[in-house]
Write a protein that binds this ligand. Structure first.
Ligand code: FES
Length: 56
C-alpha cells in the first residue's frame, strides 16, 4: 500500500525505516531520502509508526 503519494513511499518502506530506529515521520522520510510535501500522509504515517512490531 502506498502511504505517501507525493514520494511514492510504501507502507513496508515506512515500517523498515521504523525498524531501523526512526520514530517521527520527518526522521522516517529523511531516512528514505525524501521530505514531506503536501502533508496529507503524515497522520497515517504517524499511525503506522506508533504501532510497534510484535516481538517473539
Ligand atoms: S502524500 Fe505524503 S507528502 Fe503528499
Amino acid at each position: 500500500m502506498i502511504v505517501c503519494v507525493c514520494n511514492a513511499i510504501r507502507e513496508k518502506d515506512l515500517r523498515e525505516a521504523v525498524r531501523c530506529g526512526s520514530e517521527r515521520p520527518s526522521e522516517v522520510y529523511a531516512r528514505l531520502g525524501r521530505k514531506p510535501k503536501c502533508g496529507q500522509c503524515l497522520s497515517f504515517a504517524k499511525d503506522i509508526i506508533s504501532v510497534k512490531p510484535a516481538t517473539a
